[in-house]
Design a protein around this ligand. Sequence first.
Ligand SMILES: NC(=O)c1ccc[n+]([C@@H]2O[C@H](COP(=O)([O-])OP(=O)(O)OC[C@H]3O[C@@H](n4cnc5c(N)ncnc54)[C@H](O)[C@@H]3O)[C@@H](O)[C@H]2O)c1
Length: 262
Amino acid sequence: MPVASVPEPGSPPIGGLEGRVAIVTGGGQGIGRAAAHAFAACGALPVIADVNADKAAAVAAEIGPAALALPTDVADPASVEAMTETALRDRGRIDILFNSAAIFSTLKMRPFWEIPLDEWRRVLDINVTGTMLATRAVVPAMRAAGWGRVINVSSAAVNRGRERYLHYIASKSAVIGMTRSMARELGGFGIAVNCILPGATMTEIPRETTTAEGFKAFAQSQCFKRTETPDDLIGCILFLASPQTGFLTGQSLTVDGGGSHL
Ligand SMILES: NC(=O)c1ccc[n+]([C@@H]2O[C@H](COP(=O)([O-])OP(=O)(O)OC[C@H]3O[C@@H](n4cnc5c(N)ncnc54)[C@H](O)[C@@H]3O)[C@@H](O)[C@H]2O)c1
C-alpha cells in the first residue's frame, strides 16, 4: 500500500512542489488565481480550469509557460473528464487539485425563502457536485501515482452561520463533510484530502455579498483587525499541497484571522 512521502533530509520545511502539476478549478479569478500564481512561484505547473475561458487564458498568460488554461465547467462530467485528459496529455501527471470553483461572487443576498429554486439547485450543482466531479476525475491519475493532494474550499461563513445565502452555506457545509469522507475513501491510495475555510476575503472582484462597510465589520470581528486578502490563504494552501504534510487528511482549516473559532 502506498504511504505518504517523507521529506528528504535537508529539504526545506515547506516545499517539494517543483514540477508537480496543480489543477486549480475556478483559477480565472480571486482566490483560485492567487493559488495558481503561488503554485507557479513554488515551481509547480498550474492548470487553470475555469468556465470562463477568457479569464483562464488571462491568468495563464500572467503566469507564463508554466501554466495551462483549460476552459472547464466543473458541473459537467464530460468537461471535467476532458480537463483531466488534456492535463495528463500535456503535463503527464496530476498531483494537486485545488477545488476553488464555485458560484460565489455573483450571488445575491436574500432570505432563504426568496431564493429561486433553480438558483438553489445551480449553487449546489456547481459548489457540491462540481467539487465531487473534479475530484473524481483526478483520482485515477493520483491513484496510479500513489500520491495526491486534494484541497477543497469551504467557507468560514459556515462557522458563523452567516445569513441570507442559505444555498451557499448548505453547499460549503457539504464540502466539509465531503472532505472527511473523501479522505477516508482515498487515504488507501496515498491521496490526502483537506479543506480550507477562508474568511471574508477581498479579491480583485467586486461583489454584492460584502460591501466596503461589510469588510470593515468583518475585520472588527476578527482577532486580526484587518481585511483578509488571498495572500493570507497562500501559506495554508501550500502547506496542504506539500509532501511534508502527507499524514494530515480529512481536516478543515479555518483561515479567517480568528473571526470564528470552531
Ligand atoms: N472570497 C471570499 O470571501 C471567500 C470566502 C470564503 C470562501 N470562498 C470560496 O473560495 C473560492 C474562491 O472564491 P473567490 O472569491 O475567488 O470566488 P469568485 O466568485 O471570484 O471566483 C470563482 C471562480 O469560479 C469560476 N467558476 C464558476 N462556476 C464554475 C464552473 N461551473 N466551472 C468552473 N469554474 C467556475 C468563476 O468563473 C470564477 O473564476 C470559492 O469556492 C468561494 O466559495 C471565498
